[in-house]
Design a protein around this ligand. Structure first.
Ligand SMILES: C[S@@+](CC[C@H](N)C(=O)[O-])C[C@H]1O[C@@H](n2cnc3c(N)ncnc32)[C@H](O)[C@@H]1O
Length: 311
């Protein structure tokens, strides 16, 4: 290669090295193939980039995207808007990594994919304060914590004594260290605070307003009622209470090996519904119900809802 050509290629070579180093730093398994771009100078590449990007986009729309196509696309975008694209890329990989962690961690939880309901509520509502009663190994806590981290604000207070109660799964009794490790592995320490107490103990000192309350602790009628009575008065006007295990009395066929005579969640939530609280139930994973703790719901006429918002 002549010295002139070498010199002309230096900026682009430098950019490629920089880019692949950064990429390898965050995602070591991935490799980028810079070969298609070696022949171009920086200037040529800038002129060609939109055309190449369009072609790649068409390829992506019509075929299953291949990793190297996607990465080359990022590379081209980076040449056009280096700072912007680098920020987007880093953000995308961070989110992807955490979600992969969430999916791959074995939380041994009956909540299953219904945990994403909690994630979605947190992502859309952007709550300041979330409270969960019953954490076990931390599936629901990590889903909510992930959403809070992506919101870049808010905190989840996760209440569980992490010792034997009437409502542990046999394989999830002493769960404090496991939950701590799961939170740390997902880097959620700033967003999830473990309160190692029963809900009754935690309620004694509780005074903050709550935007999202998840009840999944003591599933007896008395237990779930006590949690509602202690914490729902703290829920903010448009806040929501989510209950797990609400469908057992309707679906009497499924999950027969886990059925218990002292399960009181369905009866209690049904009583709330009959008393006029708005209840929406999703019949998956033993049932998840959303309740707004205002009898009749919040009127959506201008005057009434602005009063609720002002509270
Ligand atoms: C079904 S597990 C919770 C599952 C968890 N939400 C998840 O996503 O995997 C029930 C948990 O409630 C806890 N628990 C039982 N009684 C409780 C109480 N009075 N206060 C707080 N937590 C309680 C148990 O220790 C157990 O870890």
């Amino acid at each position: 290669m002549g010295t002139g050509l070498k010199r002309a290629m230096r900026p682009i070579t430098h950019q490629l090295r920089l880019f692949s180093n950064r990429l390898l730093g965050i995602e070591p398994e991935l490799e980028i193939d810079p070969a298609p771009f070696w022949g171009f100078s920086d200037k040529e590449l800038r002129l060609l980039a939109p055309k190449i990007a369009r072609t790649l986009m068409t390829v992506r729309m019509h075929n299953k995207p291949k990793t190297d196509e996607r990465l080359n696309m990022h590379f081209i975008q980076m040449l056009i808007h280096p700072r912007q694209t680098w920020r987007n890329l880093r953000y995308t990989y961070r989110i992807g990594r955490r979600h992969r962690g969430l999916i791959e961690t074995d939380f041994c939880s009956g909540l299953q994919d219904s945990a994403w309901l909690l994630y979605s509520i947190v992502r859309s509502v952007k709550p300041e304060v979330c409270v969960e009663i019953g954490s076990a190994r931390g599936k629901s806590a990590c889903c909510m914590g992930t959403a809070l981290a992506e919101n870049n604000k808010g905190k989840l207070f996760a209440i569980d004594p992490h010792r034997r109660t009437d409502w542990n799964d046999d394989y999830s009794v002493d769960t404090y260290e496991i939950m701590r490790a799961n939170i740390d592995a997902l880097n959620l320490g700033n967003y999830v605070e473990i309160i190692r107490k029963t809900s009754a103990e935690a309620a004694e000192a509780w005074s903050r307003s709550i935007d999202l309350l998840f009840i999944d602790g003591d599933h007896s009628y008395e237990g779930v009622k006590r949690d509602w009575d202690s914490f729902s008065p703290h829920v903010s006007p448009f806040g929501v209470v989510v209950f797990h295990d609400t469908i057992w009395d309707v679906d009497t066929e499924s999950w027969s090996q886990y059925r218990r005579a002292d399960m009181g969640v369905p009866r209690f939530v049904e009583e709330l519904r009959q008393a006029g609280y708005p209840v929406i139930t999703f019949p998956k994973d033993c049932g998840t119900s959303l309740v707004q703790p205002r009898i009749g719901g919040i009127p959506l006429s201008h005057a009434s809802s602005s009063t609720a918002l002002a509270q």
